[in-house]
Design a protein around this ligand. Structure first.
Ligand SMILES: *[C@@H]1O[C@H](CO)[C@@H](O)[C@H](O)[C@H]1NC(C)=O
Ligand SMILES: *[C@@H]1O[C@H](CO)[C@@H](O)[C@H](O)[C@H]1NC(C)=O
Ligand SMILES: *[C@@H]1O[C@H](CO)[C@@H](O)[C@H](O)[C@H]1NC(C)=O
Ligand SMILES: *[C@@H]1O[C@H](CO)[C@@H](O)[C@H](O)[C@H]1NC(C)=O
Ligand SMILES: *[C@@H]1O[C@H](CO)[C@@H](O)[C@H](O)[C@H]1NC(C)=O
Ligand SMILES: [Zn+2]
Length: 540
């Protein structure tokens, strides 16, 4: 993919011939004016969106929808102001920024519909509960997540898996179908074939779909080896799993079978070695959520990277509020576009997984702070995969046995071969096994947006892909009323997932270069670049 990207840039630069200088000057002037105003507008909409996600009420939802419509209007006004320049002979750079900044907007009725649909799907997802008994209905975070992570009762896991989908994705389904129509419509207004085409073009290469499938072909043999190892181990716990069969999606450690780290205790190659999930050590040392974030920040500053500002600590939502209000717990990092205000929204708990997630989210914030001096339109990752890779890279380094020893969460055992094997497997459960998961979620969406499937067969095709690529099946029968893809945050909330596929590739490429800069010798998996100013400079 990297190569394809380079080729694209070369072709594009060689086209930089003559352009209309008067148009270029005027377009540049308008862009500058737009960027200043846009920054203020997007700051406003982010603030009300934050207010909603940290306090879900009808009132806050309405205000968020209004602000979102105001942005559509703002963008439309600007589109009309600049539209004569969009097709002028501008320099390639100005032309690219103009196209990024001024997409064609839906008309008012459609825009209103889409805004309301997005808010509704988000609310259904974030407020859903599953009733364990008629009187005890619990949220995903922390209760359901914790059961999916630690229960080994197949029936119970299946039941919760099914109820979540009955109460979330089945309810989202009618809205999702309308959403698909509207985002496709908007994509076509902008010259794309469909919404999947638009999402893929964020990577600025027409061969993106082929590129990722080629990449996956290279990685598939490794996935298959890990899959059969995991299946053999899981059969000891769940005898129902057939020796050459598919894995039920409910027994993989979370609500979706996305990250498998929670089943690490069941599949540890050398279980007698010290536990690399250092949750117990964190609890014994009275870790707090604030301390976990402090550790994360210190990882960045040890490399000479930027520290968090005062307002991060006062304005972020780091834990689930104790006053009973509904919030969106799914961890997200926020850039309020004013160069000062950066926040994280998360319902962190004291455990090792969340410590890794904190490093991940802080990676987004670090990236946001690093590009704060750029013009508004450029304040984003080179692509979404880059953005996702940064924090994941920090989590990798942080969770190496040598780093855990350094911070006093593991006894000294860094040179041990068996512990190393344990570590590598655990790392694979966070990265390698998630590759086909993320790929399939977007393969399905790309094909659905393209109109390759009949609506009534959507869910059947989804499970066909899961079986084919992941060797994972639905643990209970599905009906024509089900639409399982939006049972996960990203799909219900209009985020692509291929970014987590590309980031996994990028993250190891970044790791290699940072470790080289840090003067690391030996295997890559033993590298901890904590404290390396040279690695920090390079990453910055
Ligand atoms: C949540 O929002 C409502 C408005 O819908 C407001 O009255 C309330 O004070 C907010 N709660 C908090 C804790 O901010
Ligand atoms: C579905 O979620 C709603 C909203 O939280 C809740 O009232 C209802 O009891 C849930 N239903 C089931 C079957 O869990
Ligand atoms: C938009 O909203 C209207 C009225 O609420 C509805 O009838 C229509 O089907 C919606 N969906 C699309 C895709 O336009
Ligand atoms: C953690 O807290 C407990 C109870 O407050 C206390 O007994 C213990 O000494 C503390 N441990 C550490 C490592 O601070
Ligand atoms: C699930 O579907 C299969 C095949 O259609 C059927 O044989 C089986 O009885 C169903 N199981 C349940 C629990 O409905
Ligand atoms: Zn992320």
């Amino acid at each position: 993919m990297k190569a394809a990207y380079l080729v694209f840039l070369l072709v594009w630069c060689s086209l930089a011939l003559a352009f209309d200088e008067a148009a270029e000057r005027e377009a540049t002037r308008l862009l500058t004016e737009y960027q200043e105003e846009a920054q203020k507008q997007y700051n406003k909409v982010s603030l009300v969106s934050w207010a909603y996600h940290t306090n879900i009420t009808e009132h806050n939802k309405k205000i968020m929808e209004e602000a979102s419509l105001a942005i559509t209007e703002f963008q439309k006004e600007w589109y009309n102001k600049v539209k004569n320049y969009l097709d002028s002979d501008l320099s390639p750079e100005t032309s690219r920024v103009m196209k990024m900044a001024f997409p064609v907007q839906l008309d008012q009725a459609d825009a209103k519909n889409l805004t309301s649909i997005l808010a509704t799907m988000s609310t259904i997802y974030s407020t859903a509960t599953v009733c364990l008994t008629p009187r005890k209905c619990v949220n995903l975070d922390p209760d359901l997540a914790s059961i999916m992570a630690s229960s080994r009762d197949h029936e119970k896991l299946n039941l919760i898996w099914e109820k979540w989908r009955t109460n979330v994705s089945r309810k989202i389904r009618p809205h999702y179908l309308q959403y698909m129509e509207l985002v496709n419509k908007k994509a076509r207004l902008n010259g794309y074939n469909d919404y999947g085409d638009e999402l893929r073009m964020k990577y600025e290469t027409k061969t993106f779909e082929e590129d990722v499938s080629k990449l996956y072909k290279e990685l598939d043999p490794l996935y298959r080896l890990i899959h059969s190892y995991i299946r053999k181990k899981l059969r000891l716990v769940y005898p129902q799993i057939e020796s050459r069969g598919l894995l039920p999606a409910s027994v993989l450690g979370d609500m979706w079978g996305r990250f498998w780290t929670n089943i690490y205790p069941l599949v540890t190659p050398y279980p007698e070695k010290p536990d690399l999930d250092v949750t117990e050590a964190m609890k014994a040392q009275n870790y707090t959520v604030t301390r976990m974030f402090g550790m994360g920040e210190e990882f960045f500053t040890s490399m000479g990277l930027k520290a968090l500002g005062e307002s991060f600590w006062t304005l972020s939502m780091l834990e689930r509020p104790k006053d009973g209000r509904s919030v969106t717990c799914h961890p997200t990092a926020w850039d309020f576009m004013d160069g000062r205000d950066y926040r994280i929204k998360m319902c962190a708990e004291i455990n090792f997984d969340d410590l890794a997630t904190i490093h991940h989210e802080l990676g987004h914030i670090q990236y946001d702070m690093q590009y704060a001096h750029q013009p508004f339109t450029y304040r984003d990752g080179a692509n979404d995969g880059f953005h996702e890779a940064i924090g994941e890279l920090m989590s990798l380094s942080m969770s190496t046995p040598s780093h855990l020893v350094k911070v006093g969460l593991l006894e000294d055992a860094t040179e041990d071969r068996e512990l190393t094997i344990n570590y590598l497997l655990r790392m694979a459960l966070q990265s390698v096994t998630a590759l086909p998961f993320h790929l399939v979620n977007d393969l399905w969406r790309w094909r659905a947006f393209r109109g390759e499937y009949l609506v009534q067969d959507y869910n059947t095709h989804y499970w066909k892909l899961k079986e084919q690529y992941l060797g994972v099946k639905a643990p209970v029968n599905r009906s024509s009323e089900d639409l399982d893809p939006p049972a996960i945050f990203h799909i219900a909330n209009n985020y692509d997932m291929i970014r987590y596929f590309t980031r996994t590739i990028l993250q190891f490429q970044f790791l290699e270069k940072l470790c080289e800069a840090a003067g690391h010798e030996g295997f890559l998996h033993t590298c901890d670049f904590y404290g390396s100013k040279k690695a920090g400079d390079l990453l910055g």
